[in-house]
Design a protein around this ligand. Structure first.
Ligand code: PLP
Length: 427
């Protein structure tokens, strides 16, 4: 009996693994593996419809939102979100210029949009951990630093230049008049930092909020209407690698600048900043119901089974939220009861319920902790002996990381808590 706490790929519910294995061998007695069936077949269409239905039920997704699936992973979405939404921003400006100046005034339209890009275009990034940092770096690579506003770099509020805090919103430097997008990573998998609620300041100025929810997808209630785009790779709470879910406000679709117009902007903005590869185009994927190119139907099926099992068990995501909160509380309460041994890295108010980052320490002085690498190794070796696996922290930050995803059963959390207690008592 292995209890696995890896950060992703992550555990799946056992019934889902079993049903997926059956579908891989012989899908619903068709004599075919699901992996052999066309993505354009009625079977694939039903799986797609079932996935969307379950998502809509669980998150109560409003009618003015669309759902589609891509193969880009979280990393692909860093680029796709930026390119698509900068494209939207430009197309809105281009259409307004055409409406104001009249048809046939191509040179004037072009000159006006170029000026607006140079003077007004910004994308805002809230950098609260390693993944939002990577997303902001990708925006800089695509657009150039001039257009990227890092509205918050949470490392700057820490004496050691490390992630682990989310400073007060009054300290954020959001572009005052709004921007093409405002990016946040709702749960930072590497650093164990999660936004405790939707930031108030993002509700102003018609901000188009893009949220990476790869590692806390389906773990809490959401007001979807506050977001422009929500995305998440499947391999934590949703299923297996290879599929990425995107939930998008419909008004952001269809605003695609003509490529010939974008090509003429290259002296003010790299063309690639607003022209995604076609399989990264949100409008194209949505218009084709996720079937513009070959969708990995088997991977989608696994996600559909996960979603349907949540609907059966809880009806809405609130039930899963309660379970996630209880499991996280069990772990944090145990860690907090040995403050001279276990040091939870992030501040209490931004602790992730999904990825619990902790150092085993030799001591503390004036608020600074000294990690004890040898003790951490002993802890991990003891955990492995007890079949508690996947607990090593990310290579960039070290320490211990306990990933508490939806499919980690409470019994496994209890086993881990027993080991945390035993280790602390053994001195
Ligand atoms: N965003 C978050 C929050 C993640 O945890 C990860 C991966 O762990 C990614 C993005 C990148 O995902 P992928 O490897 O699917 O590109």
């Amino acid at each position: 009996e292995v209890a696995y706490f890896g950060a992703g790929p992550a555990p799946l519910p056992t019934p889902v693994i079993e049903a997926s294995a059956r579908a891989f061998v012989n899908f619903e007695d068709t004599g075919l593996s699901l992996a052999e069936i066309s993505h354009r077949s009625p079977t694939a269409n039903k799986i797609l419809a079932d996935a969307k239905q379950a998502l809509t039920t669980l998150y109560d997704i409003p009618d003015d939102y669309d759902i589609f699936f891509m193969q880009a992973g979280g990393t692909g979405e860093f680029s796709a979100a930026c390119q698509n939404l900068v494209g939207c921003w430009i197309e809105q400006r281009r259409r307004k210029a055409v409406a104001d100046l009249g048809e046939g005034k191509d040179d004037e339209v072009l000159a006006r949009v170029k000026k607006e890009i140079e003077n007004e275009l910004k994308v805002d990034y809230l950098v609260t951990g390693s993944w939002s940092l990577k997303a902001s770096q990708e925006a800089t690579r695509l657009l150039g630093a001039k257009y990227v506003n890092v509205a918050l770099d949470a490392r700057k509020s820490d004496g050691n230049n490390k992630f682990g805090k989310i400073p007060a919103e009054t300290d954020w430097k959001l572009t005052p008049k709004g921007s093409a997008l405002t990016y946040m990573c709702d749960n930072e998998t590497v650093d164990g930092v999660e936004f405790p609620s939707f930031p108030k300041s993002l509700e102003e100025n018609d901000r188009i909020v893009v949220a990476d929810m790869s590692s806390n997808f389906m773990s809490k209630k959401l007001d979807v209407s506050k977001y422009g785009v929500i995305f998440g790779g499947a391999q934590k709470n949703l299923g297996i690698t290879g599929i990425t879910v995107v939930i998008i406000r419909k008004s952001l679709l269809g605003l695609v600048p003509p490529p010939t117009f974008l090509h003429q902007l290259s002296d003010v903005l790299p063309t690639s900043g607003a022209l995604p590869p076609i399989m990264f185009s949100f409008s194209t994927i949505a218009a084709n119901n996720s079937l513009y190119n070959t969708l990995p139907v088997f991977n989608l099926y696994v996600a559909t089974l996960v979603l349907q099992s949540l609907v059966t068990k809880f009806k809405t995501v609130s039930g899963q939220e309660e379970v996630a909160d209880q499991k996280a509380k069990l772990i944090y309460d145990t860690l907090d009861s040995y403050p001279d041994l276990y040091h939870v890295v992030p501040d209490k108010n931004v602790r992730s319920r999904m990825n619990i980052c902790v150092r085993i320490i030799a001591g503390k002085s004036e608020g600074k902790v000294t990690p004890d690498d040898a003790k951490e190794k002993t802890f991990l070796a003891g955990a492995e002996k007890r079949n508690l696996l996947g607990l090593k922290g990310h290579r960039s930050v070290g320490g211990i990381r306990i990933s508490n995803y939806n499919a980690v059963p409470v019994e496994n959390v209890q086993k881990l808590v027993e080991w945390l207690n035993e280790f602390a008592k053994s001195g």
